[in-house]
Design a protein around this ligand. Structure first.
Ligand SMILES: Cc1cc2nc3c(=O)[nH]c(=O)nc-3n(C[C@H](O)[C@H](O)[C@H](O)COP(=O)(O)O)c2cc1C
Length: 198
């Protein structure tokens, strides 16, 4: 039996920061349950933002840019599970993460009337997801809509979002490492996703 593949996508520009550490914990949990894991730090890829040319409507792929996303589309296709994490930047996800999400547009099929109905090429395949965000302030309100900004596009693409994982109260680089219980919770969530996918 081939291994379940899980892709973890981190949207922090800051290396070794809180998002990185949490993503590592989710992925280690997934690996402990027997998954084949792939970690993607968006800062290591050159990703143009979608310019709305709509060329992908005809071809089903992005023909406008040949950039980091050309490497990531095959990884997404092959991965039954996805973990998306971003630090909260101004109540939302980072620009890196937003660019990545917008570039998932080629997965949609649209009808011709307006407003167009849509379906996703990733739907109906039992795909699962975990989303998380980490912010400085303690009050969850200060996370704004970062979690929804991760969750809603994944749901529209046909993922079943198993876990929305907010982490509040961390500012300094890597300070989440002090909270072993939190990292363990992330580990367990990653593990559970793989068990659910079996
Ligand atoms: C541009 C910018 C915007 C931010 N906006 C928020 C915010 O809206 N709410 C909040 O609580 N923290 C905010 N923060 C703090 C980060 O979310 C926090 O430091 C987080 O731990 C960074 O994650 P990282 O270590 O993975 O980069 C912001 C930080 C930056 C640099």
């Amino acid at each position: 039996m081939s291994k379940i593949k899980i892709i973890g996508v981190g949207g922090s520009p800051r290396k070794n920061g809180n998002t990185d550490l949490l993503l590592d914990s989710f992925l280690k949990g997934a690996e402990s349950a027997g998954a084949n894991i792939k970690k993607v730090q968006l800062r290591d890829y050159s990703i143009e933002f979608c310019i709305g040319c709509e060329a992908c409507r005809k071809t089903g792929v992005c023909t406008q840019f040949h950039d980091g996303m050309s490497l990531l589309y095959p990884e997404i296709n092959e991965s039954k599970g996805i973990i998306l994490g971003s630090p909260t930047y101004n109540y939302n996800v980072t620009a890196l993460m937003k660019a990545f999400i917008d570039r998932l547009y080629p997965y949609y099929n649209f009808t011709n009337e307006h407003p167009r109905n849509y379906s996703s090429n990733l739907a109906g395949q039992g795909r699962k997801a975990i989303v998380f965000s980490v912010c400085e302030q303690l009050d969850i309100k200060e996370m704004g809509f970062a979690l929804e900004a991760l969750e809603m596009p994944l749901e529209a693409l046909g993922y079943d979002v198993l876990e929305k994982f907010p982490v509040t109260g961390y500012f300094s680089r890597g300070s989440v490492s002090k909270n072993e219980l939190l990292l363990k919770k992330a580990f367990e969530a990653g593990k559970k996703m793989v068990l659910t996918l079996r």
